[in-house]
Design a protein around this ligand. Sequence first.
Ligand code: TZP
Ligand code: MG
Length: 217
Amino acid sequence: MCNLFNKPSVYFIMGTQNASGKDPLKVLEEALKGGITHFQLREKGTGALRGQNLVEFAEKCQELCTQYQIPFLINDDVDLALAVGADGIHIGQEDMDCGQVRALIGKEKMLGVSVHSLEEARIAIDAGADYLGMGPVYGTRSKADAKRPAGTVGIEEVIGQFPHIPVFGIGGITPQNAPAVWQAGASGVAVISALSGADDIALQIAHFKNSYKGVLI
Ligand code: TZP
Ligand code: MG
C-alpha cells in the first residue's frame, strides 16, 4: 500500500448529527472535492441512524470515498465495517480490544486507535494499529464524554518514542491552532466541526494544509 499518511493529512470525521443542518452526503462530497485525505463515519448520539438506515448511509459514504479514492473508515462498529467492506476501523479505549479487532478485520484493513498515553500507544502499536489518534488537544463540543484538553505534549512524547507510527491530533483543531499540532510532529489533524461547520469547506481544507507550511522550514 502507498503511504496513506503523508503530511499534512486532513482527516475528516462526521456523522449525520454533525452536518450542521446540511445534507451530510453533500458535506462529505464537498470535503472530498476539497482534498481531505481520510474520512471516518462516526454516527453517535440521539437521532443517530441505526440498522438498515445506517448500513445504507455507510454504503453511500463509501461510494463517494471510492469515487475520490480516499480511505473510508468506520468508528467503533466492526460489524458495520465488515458488512460494507470499509477500508478501516477506528476504535477508542472503551471499545473492543485492538488485538481482537485486528484479528477480525485481517491485515489489509486500516486500524486506528485513540490513545491518551505512551502506555496506551505501546499497547495499540503492539496489537497492530496502523495509526493513532490523540486528544482532545483543545476543547471540543463534538464529543460528549471527551476528556480534558491535553495540548500537544502527549503527541510529541508518543512520536518521540514511536517515530514510525502516524499520529493524528484531534479535538478542537482549527487552521489557526493547528500549527502546534504539526510542530509536535503529527502526521495529520482529525477534525469534525471546523470542517462540517465551515461555510466553504474546500477553502477551510486549504487553510488546514497551509497551516503546515511554516513547520517545514
Ligand atoms: N475524540 C476526541 S475529541 C473528538 C473525538 C471524536 C471530537 C473532535 O471534534 P471537533 O469538532 O473537531 O472538536
Ligand atoms: Mg469509540
